[in-house]
Design a protein. Sequence first.
Length: 307
Amino acid sequence: MTQKKNYFIDPHIHVTSRTTDDYQAMRNAGIVAIIEPAFWLGQPRTQVGAFQDYFSSLVGWERFRASQFGISHYCAMGLNSKEANNEPLAEQVMELLPLYVGKENVVAIGEIGYDDQTKAEDKYFRLQLELAKTVQLPVMIHTPHRDKKKGTSRSMDVCEEHDIDPGLVVIDHNNEETVGEVLDRGFWAAFTIYPHTKMGSERMVEIVRRYGPERIIVDSSADWGVSDPLSVPKTAALMQKQGIPEDHIQLVTYQNALTAYGQSGKMKETDWLEKEPVDRRQLFEGNSVLRGQIPEVGYSSSDIVEN
Ligand SMILES: [Zn+2]
């Protein structure tokens, strides 16, 4: 296996909402690659231009910002379920999406699915599944926080109705109640580890112990709320402490995400193993991440020490 020990992928994190300290800490903890799915921003957008600028930042500025900390940045493009309920706006976003899905760091359509499980959500979920089929990208599915079990089953039903290969679909935000069915039906089962609540690292250890590591993925979903961008490496450390085999830990905190989203053809291990060293003299459209500091040059994610 070419994979290095102590390398992690966080396949669901909204780094747009995080600070440079977070990026630095993530890199120091061994996170070499991340996927940032398009989602809502805590306050509904009122015009399509706001989506356009957001999507542009996911394939532009944020990707550059991550690179300045030695992290490979990918994203998923989609109209989130919450904002699908504003139908006039949703129509315009659907017209915008095809302009972005072909960009080189877009590895999936997502996060899409259900929030309140309304008719409008269902409509745009299905349209985006069709888009995923057309452009042959994997799908990242957000399962609802309310009525989760039903919403999760329904999400998979709809994928099957649209003839989507379950091997191309990551069902996210699972818990003990949903994981069995997701795995039985052949989908990838991702888990969001939030501090103090929902799915904590301890519960994740038990799930991997019980179900094994196949098709299970750990992520942070860190965003503008109370969340932890180091959830993945922290969960790995706890798994190690509690006797989960090393190769199982590597699967759930690194390899499975790479296998699932690598199906896009746009995410490869060489992206970070052979990454150019960080060079903070670089600019993105004339802007840097520096504020008068001396530019750091030379470290790369492959410098992370193995132990
Ligand atoms: Zn999310």
